[in-house]
Design a protein around this ligand. Structure first.
Ligand code: F6P
Ligand code: MG
Length: 476
């Protein structure tokens, strides 16, 4: 099957276009609002300039030598910008078949690929912060304040976990029921993404954290491969479960509960949480955010036994290594995850080495769980797939070997790196696959037309509303 091109910021009537024209400027304003008072005015000025570049659809410039000196891996972004100018589709250059219509001229904020420019935006913000020698997370305040307002949702989950009889490890039915429950907790934990605060309010997010909301949302899960994932995980000889995390706060808390269940019920020996190495996509989780969350739980625990028990348990899991934290830099590269199943040297020697490190970290895995919307977009290459495309096709797992351009120097590692993976995503972007029929798309459009409150949002954007979700599993 020919491979469609990625979504671009100027694709008419897409949520990507709306994000480019409306949402990014709000995110930039929020960063400026939350900067500590004593911040160097030059930082403010440069972030404002970045906002102006964006709104004037300026050329997406390459990172300069001073920026590369601080973060050498930014050069992969420059390579992408060059490749686009040369009329290439940089993500799948190593494939023979593609329907791509490359840009073939300077990339601008308007004609650029949505996925690439969005990631580039966060790397530019980080480069400004580093340029002035600051060690701050510009999203820290928002992440912390929002978690502090999630107490009720957290307490519900603590009470639920503490009531579970962890002696029942041999009862298969109970184990599956709990697996299903914690997959659902972790799935809907993703609904509370802070970048959506540009079009939801805090009360909406708090509503999404309740058990009632999770239960009433069961019909909103459009693809549900939970059983297939369970059948696989039960039989697998691996030792770990890997979670490629998404957001800090309530979402990572929900992932931690899934990890508790997996270890307590001996489904695996340990869970590795793969987190970001820098502030990213507003709410994404970093190692320090997990430690901060633990401190907050322990503080809350002074007045509440149930929360105290979970806070202490997390502390113990982190110190004993039953939960490990890994922040490989690959997760803040622009690369989509077709690179993970077809690791190739086209991305450059250093990137190839980083990729190999990631794949090595999955060596003992039973399953890699990819959390959230951005990971789903990266799994599908953020391409304009017809919504009825199969999951295997969209994630590039069904490409016949003869479609890959192979030669000695390419060193394509094909077939070797296939690991079982599960995507847990509440849908917040245009890319959507796995629908049963085109009719289903029309029905969902009508459903969203009657449900949405904001006039600016189009009914066709149901897949970007965060109101529906998918659980997609792929064994190999
Ligand atoms: O699609 C909207 C969006 O804000 C994107 O900018 C980004 O892909 C995503 O949502 C972030 O969501 P998540 O935290 O679930 O990856
Ligand atoms: Mg996120």
């Amino acid at each position: 099957m020919a491979i469609p091109r990625p979504y671009r910021n100027n694709d008419k009537n897409t949520f990507g276009e709306y994000t480019f024209t409306h949402r990014w400027s709000i995110i930039i304003k929020n960063i400026l609002k939350d900067l500590p008072d004593e911040t160097n005015p030059k930082v403010v000025e440069e972030i404002e300039q970045l906002g102006a570049e964006l709104s004037s659809s300026a050329i997406v410039r390459k990172f300069n030598s001073a920026e590369l000196e601080k973060e050498s891996n930014l050069k992969v972004f420059n390579e992408y910008i060059d490749a686009v100018k040369d009329g290439k589709d940089p993500s799948i250059e190593w494939l023979k078949a593609s329907e791509s219509s490359p840009i073939g001229s300077e990339m601008t904020w308007s004609n650029g690929d949505w996925l690439f420019t969005e990631i580039y935006l966060y790397r530019r913000i980080n480069a400004i912060i580093l340029k002035y020698g600051l060690i701050i997370d510009v999203f820290d305040k928002l992440k912390t304040d929002t978690f502090l307002s999630s107490f009720n949702g957290v307490l519900d989950l603590c009470d639920f976990y503490n009531k579970i009889d962890t002696e029942k490890i041999d009862d298969e039915e109970i184990k599956y029921t709990l697996f299903k429950e914690f997959i659902s907790v972790s799935l809907w934990g993703n609904a509370t993404d802070l970048s959506l605060l540009t079009n939801l309010d805090l009360t909406d997010l708090q509503d999404l954290q309740s058990k009632e909301s999770r239960m009433s949302n069961e019909s909103k899960i459009l693809v549900d491969d939970t059983l297939a994932a369970w059948e696989h995980i039960k039989k697998s000889n691996g030792k770990t479960v890997d979670i490629v995390c998404d957001n800090a706060g309530f979402e990572v808390f929900s992932d931690i509960l899934l990890a508790f269940f997996l270890v307590d019920f001996k489904v695996c020996e340990k869970v590795v949480l793969h987190v970001k190495d820098l502030p990213y996509m507003v709410s994404d989780v970093m190692i320090k955010d997990v430690h901060k969350l633990n401190e907050i739980l322990i503080k809350w625990g002074k007045d509440n036994k149930s929360v105290a028990a979970i806070g202490e348990k997390l502390k113990e899991f982190l110190s004993s290594g039953k939960i490990a934290l890994n922040d490989n830099e690959f997760w803040t590269y622009y690369h989509d995850y077709w690179h993970l199943s077809h690791a190739d040297s086209h991305a450059g020697k250093e990137t190839f080495d980083v990729l190999k490190q990631v794949l090595k970290s999955f060596e003992e895995t039973k399953m890699v769980i990819f959390k959230g919307d951005l990971n789903y977009r990266k799994l599908c290459g953020d391409r304009m797939w017809p919504k009825t495309t199969s999951w295997e096709s969209a994630i590039g797992r069904d490409i016949p070997a003869n479609e890959l351009i192979k030669n000695e120097s390419d060193k394509i590692v094909y077939d070797l790196q296939k690991f079982p993976m599960l995507s847990l995503r509440t849908c917040k972007a245009d890319v959507m696959v796995g629908l049963k029929s085109e009719e289903q798309d029309k029905q969902l459009t009508e459903e969203y037309r009657n449900m949405k409150r904001d006039q600016e949002l189009q009914p066709e954007w149901w897949a970007s509303s965060g109101k529906w979700a998918v659980v997609c599993f792929n064994k190999n």
